[in-house]
Design a protein around this ligand. Structure first.
Ligand code: ZN
Ligand code: ZN
Length: 180
């Protein structure tokens, strides 16, 4: 067995409001146990004061300290993330390190000046989490706009897609994970 568990590492807060349903959803899609860790402090070296954002790819290395053999590690950050050529990123992942990070900063309705809605926030967070875990498993972006592996350029793209893989992508996931 190549994969043992999905480790979720929250930063700065424990995300207790979404912890239970997100765990269940990830378990039911990936058939792996979810290990939800205690929150860890934000790495100050990832912070860019000029942009007031954190460098997403920094976390791919930072999370290696949480990774045991056969683990996929997903970091959850409540602040905004960026990459050098991009204004912002919802998340980043690497199939080589099997680490990924998502930001919940732009997943809140309040970010767009709308009233906060729990189920919307939970669904968006699930979609970004499943998407980045998909990348750690080697999946690329999918042309199907309803597939969770469709690229999200904006929150509209995220809202249009589901948190499930399309049949083509789920075949790849199952093959990689050894799910029958
Ligand atoms: Zn992607
Ligand atoms: Zn797909």
């Amino acid at each position: 067995m190549r994969y043992k568990s999905i480790v979720v590492q929250p930063y700065d807060k424990d995300f207790s409001e979404i912890k239970l349903p997100l765990r269940e959803r990830l378990e039911s899609i990936f058939y792996l146990p979810i290990v939800w860790k205690m929150p860890k402090k934000m790495p100050t070296s990832a912070y860019n004061p000029e942009r007031n954002q954190f460098l997403g790819s920094y976390f791919l290395r930072d999370l290696l300290s949480e990774k045991g053999t056969g683990d996929i590690v997903l970091g959850i950050v409540p602040y905004d993330l960026y990459e050098p050529d991009l204004n912002f990123v919802f998340g980043v992942a690497s199939p080589y390190t099997k680490t990924a990070v998502i930001s919940t900063y732009r997943l809140h309705n309040s970010f767009y000046g709308l009233p906060e809605e729990y189920s919307v926030f939970l669904d968006r967070t699930t979609k970004e989490a499943v998407h980045e875990i998909g990348h750690t498993l080697g999946l690329g972006h999918c042309p199907n706009p309803e597939c969770v592996m469709h690229f999200s350029n904006s929150i509209y793209d995220t809202d249009r897609k589901s948190y499930y893989f399309c049949p083509v992508c789920y075949e790849k996931v199952k093959r990689e994970l050894g799910i029958k």
